[in-house]
Design a protein around this ligand. Structure first.
Ligand code: ZN
Ligand code: ZN
Length: 414
């Protein structure tokens, strides 16, 4: 019996794993420089946590969650995003603001698989909890740009919007409803319209996208406080020459967002070109049982970023150490070779050997593994206290003293 990957999932290995590791290690370093520390939360949580935070009438909660009952009948869901879990942890452990966390891990959404979109996907994200200052809005946007450009992505643009607070949204909701009532919408949208008209604006149905392409701008409905906050965010961005364009349609598909929302787009991903998205969620901590605490965050999909970097012909650095292969000629030599491999590995050289193959087949394997050098241990040379060092690029060989292997390797590898 042979088994296949479940639809929407993938294995990552060999050449591809380098790309994931490169993105993860670069991100970790930069995020830590910006004051974020890592948090790891469980892959599954109570279903309630997600439906409450993300919103019951969103696409994610209505259609895309992997929900199940465990053996005791608890309603659980594989996390479809990171923010809800992190805010749950923040409240549960009574953390004191300000708190800045980053997370790296897999998320799960039952979506139609397509290029760069999987049902199990990797996400890297940040949450800055505890500040209402427009400076933090700019800091997280700036960080997003800096990180993506450090990772190798160019031609980045910021889509920026403010979706206001509860007050402004009540005002806008009425205006939006009036606008939507005159449109021909899909069944889902008609049902959701009165519940949550904002979700109509992120419906993926083509007809809905077309007829709602020019909704009334929410910016005209902002209250004084939200207007001031948005103006200050834009002022700070301008002061630091961070360019953006306003997009009043940017609602981001989740109910918890407030005030500033943003996406970073790149030309490398075609029409659906957003590579990172985020925004403020000033009510979520309170909604999940904590004190009223403002917060802001963003996340990007690693799979989509890899796709964008590949399409930009980015050369992923191969940071793995160069391999040294240890080959042998006879059973006696094999024992010596094993000893040398052990010794080199404790000196932090990356070594590989094989215990079954002929010398010819060992050298072939060394080639396949892209070894830079091969140490050939032969009975004949051993008598002189020497081994053969073979350069795998040009095939040249020379004898060296067994005691001096490390010294020679260090000179060649550096
Ligand atoms: Zn407001
Ligand atoms: Zn629709």
């Amino acid at each position: 019996m042979r088994y296949k990957l479940v639809k929407g999932t993938k294995d990552i290995f060999l050449n591809d794993i380098n790309k994931w590791q490169y993105i993860e290690s670069t991100s970790k370093k930069i995020l830590e420089d910006f004051g974020y520390s890592e948090i790891r939360t469980p892959i599954f949580e109570s279903t309630d946590l997600f439906s409450r935070s993300i919103g019951v009438s969103t696409d994610i909660v209505e259609k895309e969650m992997y929900s199940f009952k465990d053996k005791k009948g608890r309603d659980l869901t594989l996390r479809p995003e990171g923010t809800a879990s992190i805010v749950r942890a923040y409240v549960e452990h009574s953390l004191v603001p300000p708190v800045k966390f980053y997370h790296i891990g897999t998320m799960y959404r039952y979506e139609k698989p397509q290029s760069g979109r999987y049902r199990e996907f990797y996400q890297i994200g940040i949450e800055a909890i505890g500040s209402i200052s427009p400076f933090i809005d700019c800091e997280v946007i700036d960080l997003a740009l800096f990180l993506l450009s450090k990772l190798g992505l160019t031609n980045l643009k910021i889509r920026l919007n403010s979706i206001g607070c509860r007050k402004c949204r009540e005002v806008y909701k009425k205006i939006l409803l009036e606008y939507l009532k005159k449109k021909e919408l899909c069944k889902d949208c008609i049902r959701r319209m009165n519940l949550n008209p904002f979700r109509v604006l992120d419906c993926k149905n083509e007809q809905c996208i077309r007829v709602t392409s020019t909704p009334p701008s929410i910016l005209n409905s902002l209250c004084e406080d939200c207007k001031k906050h948005f103006a200050e965010v834009k002022e700070i961005l301008a002061e630091y020459k961070i360019s953006y364009f306003e997009d009043p349609r940017l609602f981001r598909g989740l109910d918890y967002y407030t005030k500033t929302t943003f996406e970073i787009v790149t030309d490398e991903l075609g029409a659906k070109n957003s590579v990172l998205g985020g925004g403020r969620y000033d009510y979520l901590v309170e909604e999940l049982g904590g004190d009223s605490t403002p917060a802001i965050g963003w996340a990007f999909g690693v799979d989509r970023l890899v796709l964008a970097l590949e399409s930009a012909k980015f050369r992923f650095p191969d940071e793995s150490k160069k391999l040294i292969f240890i080959a042998w000629t006879t059973e006696t030599a094999k024992k010596q070779a094993f000893k040398i491999a052990r010794r080199l590995r404790t000196e932090e050289f990356r070594c590989e050997m094989n215990y079954e193959k002929s010398l010819k087949a060992q050298l072939k394997l060394a080639d396949r593994l892209e070894a830079k050098l091969t140490v050939i241990v032969g009975t004949h040379e051993l008598k002189e206290g020497k081994v053969i060092l073979r350069n795998m690029e040009d095939g040249s060989q020379r004898k060296i003293d067994i005691e001096k292997i490390e010294l020679e390797l260090k000179q060649i590898m550096c």
